[in-house]
Design a protein around this ligand. Structure first.
Ligand SMILES: *Cc1c(COP(=O)(O)O)cnc(C)c1O
Length: 429
């Protein structure tokens, strides 16, 4: 495709793809191959020296995965992207070029439960650490940054409560501090929120969720805005200083705005091996073609169901930024003008026991540890996705024990409401 200024709906179908040059196949083939034949010995040497871009081995690059990378980078407005085996892999891949033992990140308290665990426990084994801060308190975010901070991390629309982060306020702080802002845009997708337009430097995705959209394959992605100056300080030597594993090549000097993307492939995927397989890329490419259509329906249904729940006497409260009662309602227009997503929590009168009974009584909603599926999903976060957290962390993350999280699907809203109605009757009887 030429580089005309196409709209989102056109790009989600076409960006990165072209008819197969040999066969004319219109859909992107699944290049199910581990290796690629070199033209000759010079060609092989040039590829291994990063002097020529091409395919060597599918741990690093694969043509099906490359199309997906270009598609997601285009939809986010970035210069490059690297796909990985899962969203959690993408988070490690986003930090890997920035971090070294003794360095820290500042992370929001309102994150996916698995991310809280990854950042508070697992990354310690690399000698990295995380400080968790309430990102609504911008002074606290500023105060938490020290000389060893190498990134600030938050979600645009935070799972599970649907809170919206004021990305403009946070990015003003990270720019002043000279460190990158990484935004997990999984719950919003680039259709609802484009973090780079609010000053983010890197975006990560669990493509497992809305981007694939149908609950079939795991995947993740790191997208680079291409705008961060890795050489402005001595904080990011992996990108600004000579790399011994490539004969002293300096990634930022050599690849400019693509430094982070090239480093992620040439070092990150090569040595960490968190590679996305071409089958997964194929399913995600199929899903992305309908992203905007699905997100419109997810949002429309979420608003309808959240309003119905809020008006129901069996419900204590509903946390959905798309409701006027939400303290985050005012941020929707600025951060995600096309809607606050399809994810929210609600508190059932009757607490924990009523929550459990409700979940067991639902018929259309599936009780699963996933979100962003065409199907409506429900889970009790405190006993599952946020189980490894203590109660203070659970409350801070928006996963209090009396809350149920729903991921509203694209079914008929009237059927979803009827299902909730009958299950609430049983749960509160
Ligand atoms: C699911 C999820 C992740 C983790 O992604 P996986 O693909 O499950 O590894 C990270 N962040 C958010 C917001 C998620 O919903």
């Amino acid at each position: 495709m030429s580089d005309k200024n196409y709209g989102f709906d056109t790009l989600q179908v076409h960006a990165g793809a072209r008819p197969d040059p040999t066969t004319g196949a219109r859909n992107t083939p699944i290049y199910q191959t581990t290796a690629y034949v070199f033209r000759d010995a010079d060609h092989a040497a040039a590829l291994f020296n990063l002097q020529e871009v091409g395919y060597i081995y599918s741990r690093l690059t694969n043509p099906t995965v490359s199309v997906l990378q270009e598609r997601i980078a285009t939809l986010e407005g970035g210069v490059g992207a690297v796909c990985c085996s899962s969203g959690h892999a993408a988070q490690i891949m986003s930090l890997f070029p920035l971090m070294s033992p003794g360095k820290n990140i500042i992370a929001s308290t309102r994150l996916y439960g698995g991310t809280v665990t990854q950042f508070s426990q697992t990354i310690k084994r690399f000698g990295w650490s995380a400080t968790f801060v309430d990102f609504d308190d911008t002074e606290a975010v500023k105060a938490a940054i020290d000389d060893d901070t190498r990134a600030v991390f938050c979600e645009s629309i935070a799972n599970p409560g649907g809170y919206i982060t004021d990305l403009d306020a946070i990015s003003a702080i990270t720019k002043a501090a000279g460190i990158p802002l990484i935004v997990d845009n999984t719950s919003a997708t680039p259709y609802l929120c484009r973090p780079f337009e609010h000053g983010a430097d890197l975006v990560v995705h669990s493509t497992t969720k809305y981007l694939t959209g149908n609950g079939t394959v795991m995947g993740g992605c790191v997208v680079d805005s291409g705008t961060f100056d890795w050489s402005a300080s001595d904080k990011f030597p992996s990108l600004s200083q000579p790399e011994t594993a490539y004969h002293g090549l300096k990634f930022h000097e050599t690849f400019g705005p693509l430094a982070f993307t090239f480093h992620s492939i040439a070092i990150g995927l090569r040595d960490l091996g968190m590679t996305m397989n071409p089958q997964a890329a194929h399913y995600t490419l199929m899903g992305i073609e309908t992203l905007s259509l699905r997100m419109q329906r997810h949002v429309e249904n979420a608003v309808t169901v959240a309003k119905w729940l809020e008006a129901d006497p069996r419900i204590d409260y509903v946390t959905y930024a798309g409701l006027e009662s939400s303290p985050y309602f005012g941020r929707v227009e600025k951060i995600c003008p096309r809607g606050a997503g399809g994810l929210f929590t609600f508190a059932v009168k009757g607490g924990y026991d009523a929550c459990v009974k409700l979940i067991d009584s639902l018929e259309i909603f599936s009780h699963v540890a996933n979100l962003g599926d065409t199907r409506s999903l429900v889970i009790h976060t405190a006993s599952t996705t946020h189980r490894q957290l203590n109660e203070d962390q659970q409350r801070a993350a928006g996963a209090a024990p009396e809350l149920v999280r729903v991921s509203i699907g694209i079914e008929d809203a009237a059927d979803l409401i009827a299902d909730l109605d009958q299950a609430l009757a049983k749960a509160t009887a």
